[in-house]
Design a protein around this ligand. Structure first.
Ligand code: PHE
Length: 372
């Protein structure tokens, strides 16, 4: 700090002379007027009205003046500072008003726009695949039949020629429905869609061409390839002169429409109590078309390098079943098939894990582009 300067001449204190104060004032007023945003105005205030602004520094000089000059300089500097402060307040108010008006436009919310208060789900791919499968058969002239999921044991087993001690009836596969007090109810959760064959035949007269898509149940643990609840598409034809060749043809048309032109199908001997002969239906692997068989360098994940993919079971109707359903076996014959809908979805869309199909995550269903 410098020593008091008693010989200080106010006229010579440059910062306090009237022209200089007027210049500082004019400069400040110009800067305030030129400030185009609140941020800019803040900088202007620091520069022209802050503690280290030229006028604030000039103001400090006043203390060192003799009393007479003090009042004069004080009036001049104080007046200039008040005017700047007023100008600052006015500009601040203008800029705030502009900002508020802009925010009202920029951040406007149209409260009249419609919105969906309940997020929409999506159709499950099993449903859409089942419909596609069904449509293929409807296109061949089949009609759609239905039956109950809680089914009489008679339809699920007896009418289909399962003898009372057939292993499929045992507790290992079948969900039995308990009657009152734990009594035998005679009801099961249907283990396949084949009971619909019998219902369809009892409901209508031959000729019969039906498909029955639906839910089926078996006491399997949920894992990547099994689920206690799954779906099948049953098919049944009963007419005069029906042979295994018609069955081959119907399956061939289905596979080509569902998976691609030119894919071959084959039948492997099997056993079901309600068909004779019985077969498992395979289709050619639509990815490798058999090329991966015996070629360790190009394994196929879709068919595990088997070249063939199993899609269901089928066979010529056992006359015992036709008789149980009241059909004249002298005149009519028929065949049936059961296709796995989960398997079809897995192969048609590359779904690898059963968990995805049963968990009901809308992100899974929406991924198929099947929103309603
Ligand atoms: N119902 C049999 C199953 O679930 C499939 C099948 C249907 C076989 C029709 C032959 C005829 O395995």
């Amino acid at each position: 700090m410098s020593a008091p300067n008693n010989s200080h001449d106010p006229v010579e204190a440059h910062a306090l002379n009237p022209d200089e104060v007027a210049r500082m004032r004019a400069e400040a007023m110009e800067a305030v007027a030129a400030a185009n945003s609140l941020d800019q105005l803040k900088e202007v205030r620091i520069a022209h009205a802050g503690d280290r602004s030229p006028l604030a520094l000039a103001n400090r000089e006043i203390g060192g003046l003799p009393p007479a000059a003090k009042a004069d300089a004080g009036k001049r500097v104080g007046g200039a500072r008040r005017e700047i402060s007023e100008a600052f307040k006015t500009r601040q108010a203008e800029l705030e008003e502009e900002r508020d008006a802009r925010v009202l436009v920029e951040e406007a919310v149209d409260v009249t726009l419609s919105f969906d208060p309940i997020p929409r789900g999506a159709r499950h791919p099993l449903t859409t695949v089942a419909e596609r499968m069904t449509d293929i058969f409807v296109g061949m002239g089949f009609e759609v039949a239905e039956g109950p999921e809680v089914e009489a044991e008679w339809y699920n087993f007896d009418a289909l020629n399962f003898l009372p001690d057939h292993p499929a009836r045992s507790m290992q596969d079948t969900f039995f429905v308990e009657g009152p007090g734990g009594a035998h109810s005679g009801l099961v959760l249907r283990t396949h869609t084949s009971p619909v064959q019998v219902r369809a035949l009892l409901d209508r007269d031959a000729p019969v061409y039906v498909v029955a898509p639906g839910k089926t149940f078996r006491t399997d643990e949920l894992d990547a390839t099994h689920s206690p609840v799954f779906h099948q598409l049953e098919g049944l034809v009963v007419d005069e002169g029906i042979t295994l060749a018609h069955l081959r043809g119907a399956i061939q048309v289905f596979v080509e429409r569902m998976f691609g032109e030119g894919l071959r199908t084959r039948m492997r001997p099997s056993y079901f109590p309600f068909t004779e002969p019985s077969a498992e239906v395979d289709m050619e692997c639509f990815v490798c078309r058999g090329a991966s068989v015996g070629d360790p360098d190009a394994p196929c994940r879709t068919c595990s390098s088997e070249g063939w993919i199993e899609i269901g079971g089928c066979g010529v109707m056992n006359p015992r079943v036709l008789t149980a359903a009241g059909v004249d076996t002298e005149r009519y014959s028929g065949w049936a098939f059961g296709l796995g809908i989960e398997r079809t979805l897995m192969f048609a869309h590359g779904v690898k894990d059963m968990h995805d199909m049963v968990e009901g995550d809308v992100r899974f269903t929406a991924a198929f582009g099947m929103e309603i």
